[in-house]
Each structure stands twice: as C-alpha cells, then as structure tokens.
Design a protein around this ligand. Sequence first.
Ligand SMILES: Cc1cc2nc3c(=O)[nH]c(=O)nc-3n(C[C@H](O)[C@H](O)[C@H](O)COP(=O)(O)OP(=O)(O)OC[C@H]3O[C@@H](n4cnc5c(N)ncnc54)[C@H](O)[C@@H]3O)c2cc1C
Length: 419
Amino acid sequence: MNVIVIGGGASGMAAAIEAARKGANVKLIEKGERLGRKILATGNGKCNYSNKDCSEDSYNDNAKEFVKTVYSKVSPEETIEFFDELGIYPRLESEGRLYPASEQAASVCDALRMEVERLENIEVVTQHWIKGLLKRREGGFYVVSHRNLRLMTDKVIMACGGRAGSQYGCEGDGHALAEALNLEVIEPCPSLVQLTSNEEYFKQLKGVRAKGKVTLIEKDAHGGDPKPVDSEAGEIQFTEFGLSGICIFNLSGRANRLMYEKKKCSIVIDLFPEIEKEEFYEMLKLRLERSSHKDCEDFLNGLINKKLIPVVMKSSGVKKLNEKVDTITEEQLRMIAHKLKAWEVTITGSKSWTDAQCTSGGVELSQIVPETMESKQYPGLYFAGEVLDVDGKCGGYNLQWAWSSGILAGRSAAEDTDA
Ligand SMILES: Cc1cc2nc3c(=O)[nH]c(=O)nc-3n(C[C@H](O)[C@H](O)[C@H](O)COP(=O)(O)OP(=O)(O)OC[C@H]3O[C@@H](n4cnc5c(N)ncnc54)[C@H](O)[C@@H]3O)c2cc1C
C-alpha cells in the first residue's frame, strides 16, 4: 500500500508513523523546510500536547458526535501511551493539561521526527507544496506538486492543517484542495484568538487582568433580543485593542462565526460571578456608607484593579472623581453595580490568522466516515487534524485531536485495501 501524507505537522506525522508501522510505504510531503514547525510554538514553547479530561465536550457542537467516535477508536489514553513509547513522559498541570516533563515543545517534535526517521518505509519530502489532487480512473490518486510533478499513490491523507498560525505554513491549502474536489468546506474563521473592540477606554486598560465570568451575546443585525450563546470563567485580560485571556479565546471562534454571519455580538463581563446582582448592590451601598471620607476615585479601591476604577465610575455617570463619595446618587450606584456585574463590550472583530491558535470551520464532517477518517465521496482519501471542521478549547484539545485523527487515518489508510 502506497500512502501519501500531505502536510508534515502534528496530524501528518502521527498519520505517517501509524501507516508505516502498519506496513504501508509512506511519502510524507511538507511544504516547509522542516517537519512540525508549528508544534515548536505550541503551549508557549512547552507544548500542551493533551488533556487528562479530554472528551467530545471540549469541541464545537457540530463536531461532538464525530470526535466521540474517533476517540472511541483512538483514545487520548492511547495517544499518551504512543508518546510515552517515544520517550515523552507526561507531566500534569492545572486543569488537566499535559506537557512533556522536559517542558520543551521541541522534545515532542523531535520524538516524532526521530520515529519518522527510524521507520524505513517513510520517505520525507520537504519544501514541496501540493497544489492538486486527481482521482485516477484505474484507482488511486495523482498528487500534484507545485512543480507540476504527478505522484501516483493508492491512498492520500490530507493533513495540511487549517489557517491558524499561518506563519507556520497553514494557509488553507487543505480547504482549497478539498473544494477543488467539490467537497463542502465550512467557511474558516479564526478561533482561540483575542477579540477586538472600538471602545475608547481599552487604550488605558492595557495590561489589566481580572478574574470573572464572560458571556458571549448574539444580537441580530436588526437589533432583536440579545441571546446568550456561551459562557466561560477565568482570567480576563484587557489589552489596548480589546479582550484576551483563555476564557475569551474559548469564546472567540463562536464570536467570529456570528460576525461572519453578519450578526452583532458582545461580551458581557461579570467581575463578581459569586454574588447575586441585588446582593452586590447592597454591598456597594454599605461600602458607600463606610466611605464618606473618601473621594470618588477611591470608592472602588480594593474591589477592582485601580486602572478600571475611572472607566467604571465615568461610564456610570460619576464624572468628577475628586469629589467626595456622598455625591454619588442612588442611580449612579446602581449603574456601578450593573457595570461590575454586566459590563458589556461590543466586539468588532478579532486579531488575525497569525495570532489565532485554531481554525473554526473546515471540511464538513458529514462527508467523512468517523470510524476511518475516509472521505465518503472519494474512497482512499483520508482527512486528519485541523483541516476538518473540528475546533477545541484551549488546554491541549487541538493537539489531541490532531494525534487521534492522524493515527486513525494512518491506520485506516494502511489497512484498508479496497481503494
Ligand atoms: C501559537 C500556537 C500555539 C498552540 N498551542 C497549542 C497547545 O499548546 N495545545 C494544543 O492542543 N494546540 C495548540 N495549538 C493548536 C495546534 O498546534 C494545532 O491544532 C495542530 O498543530 C493542528 O495539527 P495539523 O496537523 O492539523 O496541522 P499543522 O500542525 O498546522 O500542520 C499542517 C502542516 O501542513 C503543511 N502544509 C500545508 N499546506 C501544505 C501543502 N499544500 N503541501 C504540503 N504541506 C502543506 C504545513 O506547512 C504544516 O506543517 C497551537 C497553535 C498555535 C498557532
């Protein structure tokens, strides 16, 4: 069995290794100079390569059932074992995140590269850009390179990634190759990315971090009823252009998708999710009584980050911050309570593909058999990794998806003989 794997990233290397171990002759074709460039950048250079609590729940709604089936075939435990055999000793960190004990992403990349080198039936071709895929009438495929070379093969595994981290070679080639075969591709948009806003105050809030709950709100273009879409809790980072932090990242794919659908969206921040709104207002009332000697600018001292105070006060109608707190009216106090419990930030977009860590959208999943990763329309063609419409949250879920789907595609491509 001859198998060509297009893309030498996380899923492509896993697929090539598994296919070769099952006896296939594998050609692993990578556009860049080296295999696995993006892996080196993952997890801030430490590579959060899996999560102890990985399940379909950490992926987009369209993908949950699909991911569940794939993980029933190649479980996260199996991939942790796969890496253990390659010498990667897992170290558990907060929220179930797994990192190599070396705390170096290079270890994960090197372990895969060494295994690719050890397997004599894998040929690595770098600096080769695949631009076309043709089905042969006699069976199998031609894979067409940028030099118009036609490589004949029985099976193809498409593992070109999505568009996130485009500086590492992922520019949506897999989507273009799939579309050229008339396969449906859900419009890709950046996920796990910072969200932007035009609110003036962000310039002065750069560097502020605050814990809380964030809710993504959908509003239709005609200003209909706002609808909560999803919520996350954690550390919110205020930046000069908008909002960042893992909880924001986890909502960003859905926010971008709403905006791609021409809907409006906002993020509502609750800086005190542990207290009910009315109880919080009563607490502020008591604080007011105890603070008669203070100026307005000090009223919220100890409650929120100092840089947030003038923004909250002014947007609640308290304009003169050097006046005593007894000038704050009941209405203004209610506004302050509202701001701290439901601070609404209108979102205008997100940072670009080079800042995004994942792609929302991609090859539509109903076209793929989840038990094998094979295309229903093109037997012998398999898909793996981020090129598909699967996007996970922060925490090792995207690499886990790349490994499991890659191993399953490699195994199926090597074993299946009816192409
Ligand atoms: C900065 C950053 C940090 C991240 N950190 C984490 C993390 O800690 N944990 C986690 O789970 N996920 C993380 N991710 C996400 C994770 O890296 C990806 O989901 C994963 O690498 C996807 O694997 P893949 O094989 O589908 O694609 P990729 O790893 O992107 O590999 C695709 C490969 O295909 C090649 N290619 C593309 N087109 C062609 C073509 N036409 N011909 C030949 N080759 C081609 C590309 O050059 C690339 O090498 C991070 C992403 C980024 C950008």
